[in-house]
Design a protein around this ligand. Structure first.
Ligand code: SAH
Ligand code: SF4
Length: 385
């Protein structure tokens, strides 16, 4: 198969150009055409020599994922389903807010970790996405949104690796894609605005700190090993003490001075005041409550889980106990749940026809309407955060 130029970070593309007998700096021009201008045809790349364009045409392409469907939520959230072959799809979700535009990106088709409360986990693991397939989600979303919002400015200011899959179990491709996101000739996102979320692949957390220290979120979900073993099976391999140690180590490299800890609020499973107190003990054991920020995520139910979302009352009582102990705590606002775009609802399961039909009936499946064009506003970079 011909090379996919979306697979390369700038360094990789420079190597590719060299192999074609071209100067390395040509790669910068090419990279900017692809990622900054969204070009996918070499003839668009007007300042590249015709001879180079011909060489590129015969050996490579800009091969983005194809969009199978696009769903727009009443709150402006947009979900795209991308085909990745073999009947699998992965999903990316754009979340517009007043001061930022966030894209939630998938790293794998399915996931091998198998968390009990996660619909992707229930689906099982199909395969790792290539670097090109990961960056393709941003490439498509950014240029699609720019075009349809008629924006000359960047629309996506933040990326969270919180879609389908465990990013640290697809480490090499993840890091290649992150490099493209961060590169000034690519998307130019700051390290603070790119977040990798992990269920706790301890050795890879350390490597990420060395190779590409972006912001880190860790899915904790339980204050003790017995409960976490049950919710996040990977805990049996990397228990909480090792995980927290890895978090603290990561702080030496992190672009922010805290790690985000995600905690999915499950009714009568991990949401009691006793759990909250145990969590306080765990996180402040060395007398410091400032090294992390808690993000409580109301569970987004799906039928096969057999689990329910904690009540508002339970969530606010839980949050109060944490805050009273000095732990910075936020409750995540659920976005796009009318289109199954909320955390953990990304099953991407087109194999289940009945489910898809049910979903389609429930959702507005929009291709492109003037209503969409007006929906999210382009965002401009904030000075901080
Ligand atoms: N695999 C990575 C990133 C993808 S999941 C990880 O687990 O961190 C992104 C976040 O959504 C994680 O914190 C995950 O625990 C959470 N999540 C998964 N299923 C959920 C559900 N049904 N409701 C709410 N949050 C969920
Ligand atoms: Fe995988 Fe994350 Fe879902 Fe767990 S929560 S199954 S690690 S995607």
């Amino acid at each position: 198969m011909t090379a996919n130029l979306l697979d390369y970070d700038l360094e990789g593309l420079a190597g590719y150009c060299e192999r074609l007998g071209e100067k390395r700096y040509r790669a910068t021009q090419l990279f900017r055409w692809i990622h900054q201008k969204g070009a996918s045809h070499f003839d668009e790349m007007s300042d590249l020599a015709k001879s180079l364009r011909e060489k590129l045409k015969s050996s490579s392409e800009v091969r983005a994922l194809t969009v199978k469907a696009q769903h727009i939520s009443a709150d402006g959230t947009i979900k795209w389903l991308f085909e990745v072959g073999g009947g699998d799809v992965v999903e990316a979700v754009f979340i517009p807010e007043a001061d930022r535009g966030t894209l939630c990106v998938s790293s794998q088709a399915g996931c091998a970790v198998g968390c009990r409360f996660c619909s992707t986990g229930h689906q099982g693991f199909s395969r790792n996405l290539s670097a090109g397939e990961i960056i393709s989600q941003l490439w498509f979303a950014e240029h699609f949104l720019r075009k349809h919002l008629q924006s000359a400015d960047r629309v996506i200011s933040n990326v969270v690796m919180m879609g389908m899959g465990e990013p640290l179990q697809n480490y090499t491709h993840l890091v290649q894609a992150l490099r493209v996101m961060l590169d000034d000739h690519g998307y130019g996102l700051s390290r603070r605005r790119v977040t990798v979320s992990t269920s706790g692949v301890v050795p890879m957390m350390e490597r990420l700190g060395l190779d590409c220290p972006v912001a880190l979120a860790v899915s904790l979900h339980a204050p003790n090993d017995a409960l976490r073993d049950n919710l996040v099976p990977l805990n049996r391999k990397y228990p909480i003490a090792e995980l927290l140690q890895a978090c603290k180590k990561y702080l030496q490299f992190a672009p922010r001075d805290f790690i985000t800890l995600e905690y999915c609020m499950l009714d009568a499973v991990n949401d009691s005041p006793a759990h909250a107190r145990e969590l306080v003990q765990l996180l402040t054991a060395d007398g410091d409550a400032t090294w992390c920020k808690l993000n409580l995520i109301p569970f987004n139910p799906f039928p096969a889980s057999g689990l329910a979302r904690s009540s508002h009352k339970a969530i606010s009582e839980f949050a109060k106990i944490l805050m009273d102990a000095g732990l910075v705590t936020t409750v995540r606002k659920t976005r796009g749940d009318d289109i199954d775009a909320a955390c953990g609802q990304l099953a991407g399961d087109v194999k289940d026809r009945t489910e898809v039909t049910k979903r389609m009936a429930k959702q507005r499946v929009i291709v492109l309407t003037p209503e969409f064009v007006q929906a999210p506003k382009p965002v401009t970079e904030r000075a901080n955060g």
